[in-house]
Ligand binder design. Structure first.
Ligand code: SAM
Length: 216
């Protein structure tokens, strides 16, 4: 199979068998693969956790996104996979929710190239950007509300910088951002900033609401 979009089309968006649907629903409760190495890698001027892992169970992404929708005061307009790897999560969300604008931001050029294979006539609501999330000026998030999906994308120092930028942006533009954090090993960065927790489970998955009411 050339890339994961074919897999998603064939087996996730239109599962062929009823038993497969049951399987997907089961995974909806189980989650995203949580594998992680303890070592941090340093590349260029940023640092990220070893991230040879990709989201495997898209039902879980949908489940966590539904939690954000439930909590959001207005329609969610953007979904951004921060550190999108091969782009499969953003692709899945774009196909599943055609009205949602979906973006994948990836620093690694070979992964970005892989992600670009997902682009077709059916994906007018999907865009991939080849940049470091730390250099991104959030111009995509101008409107209320947006969901950021974050799975092991970078280490603690980089996450601290990223969060500070996000919070200033939210204050300045008065936008509400939902941050889906998978394998939330640096959860204390959110807690110590008083960011509102919307959802938490025992599988190291959490959702945080960044809005004007947070302290800078
Ligand atoms: C664990 S992968 C997750 C991939 C995808 N989000 C998923 O769930 O399948 C984390 C990705 O973050 C990317 N990454 C790390 N630091 C980044 C940065 N500063 N800006 C953008 N992407 C980054 C890595 O190259 C890697 O592809």
């Amino acid at each position: 199979m050339k890339n994961r979009s074919q897999f998603i089309e064939r087996y996730v968006l239109r599962p062929p068998l009823i038993c497969y649907q049951i399987f997907v629903r089961y995974w909806l409760k189980i989650g995203v693969s949580q594998n992680r190495s303890d070592s941090d890698l340093n590349i260029g001027n940023f640092q990220f956790d070893n991230n040879g892992f990709m989201t495997a169970y898209f039902g879980n992404v949908q489940y966590l996104y539904a939690k954000c929708r439930k909590s959001a005061p207005s329609e969610i307009e953007n979904f951004v996979d921060v550190g999108s790897g091969d782009g499969a999560v953003a692709y899945f969300m774009a196909r599943k929710f055609p009205k949602l604008r979906c973006y994948g931001i990836e620093i690694d050029s070979s992964l970005h190239d892989l992600a670009m294979n997902h682009i077709s006539d059916d994906t007018s609501n999907l865009r991939y950007l080849h940049i470091s999330a730390l250099d991104w000026n959030f111009e995509l998030l101008l409107k209320n509300s947006s969901v950021l999906f974050f799975f092991n994308s970078f280490g603690k120092d980089s996450l601290r910088v990223f969060l500070t930028k996000l919070m200033s942006y939210s204050q300045e533009k008065d936008v509400t951002l939902y941050f889906i954090y998978l394998n939330d090993v640096h959860r204390e960065l959110f807690e110590e900033r008083g960011i509102k927790n919307v959802y938490l489970n025992k599988r190291k998955q959490s959702i945080w609401q960044i809005s004007q009411s947070n302290n800078l």
